[in-house]
Design a protein around this ligand. Sequence first.
Ligand code: HEC
Ligand code: HEC
Length: 214
Amino acid sequence: MIRFLPLLAAVLATTVTTVWAADPAPPAKADPAKGQQIVSTVCVACHTADGNSVIPNNPKLAGQHPEYLLKQMKNFKGEGGKPPERANPIMNAMIAAYTEDQMRDIAAYLSEQKLKPETSKNPETVEYGRKLFRAGDQAKGLPACAACHGPSGSGIPGQYPRIAGQFIEYTELQLKSFRAGERANDPNKMMRMVAIKMTDAEIKAVSDYVAGLR
Ligand code: HEC
Ligand code: HEC
């Protein structure tokens, strides 16, 4: 047995090298036309054909960064038989049938659509919301939203989603879900650590402000 060990080790080493040497298949190039096909037949019911949803609980998807859209779809689906990282009964069911390539197509199509943004609705809190967005609240260690989502809330492709122009109700709902830990798919707890420091009044004001941000 002992004298076979070096041989075994050699075989293993070769196998390992082979595995590492094999490049993973590059993702297929996203095809927005195929994405449009899916959106206009399935997602249209809640997000409309161009991703400019009209019901506040269904987020607007038009003009969102494709990397973020893809990540959310993958999080809703869940990988390798594990429960989805982002729990939402509707979206978990809606996305279950799609492959990653199809999600890429959908993301490409939606990101190319022009966002029809919402507006702020509460003139009394808009200044307070603006202050929170731009400067946070140093006294309690609340960081500025602008530090990550950018001064105009348009985010950074591949890192931070666009939040400008989104429905007030949806933004509020997400901030509260992050705060409660019900939404926990944010890398390094980035959003949970922000939201946990926010009161209901702050969440309301900043959500209203962000809806009108351009
Ligand atoms: C029956 C209504 C409904 C349908 C149909 C639907 N969605 Fe959704 N979608 C929702 C709701 C509600 C949410 C918000 C979930 C939450 O609050 O976490 C959402 C959220 C999303 C998000 C996350 C957006 C963000 O800003 O984080 C993406 C991406 C998305 N949907 C894509 C799709 C795609 C692609 C389809 C079609 C395959 C689809 N949806 C079909 C209702 C729907
Ligand atoms: C340290 C960086 C950081 C800061 C500061 C930050 N965010 Fe975020 N935010 C993120 C990341 C990263 C995500 C994406 C999480 C994911 O991948 O699901 C996100 C997601 C969100 C979402 C969900 C978007 C959607 O479409 O579902 C909202 C809403 C949001 N942030 C609002 C805010 C607000 C309001 C503030 C300020 C009070 C803020 N963020 C501060 C990093 C940050």
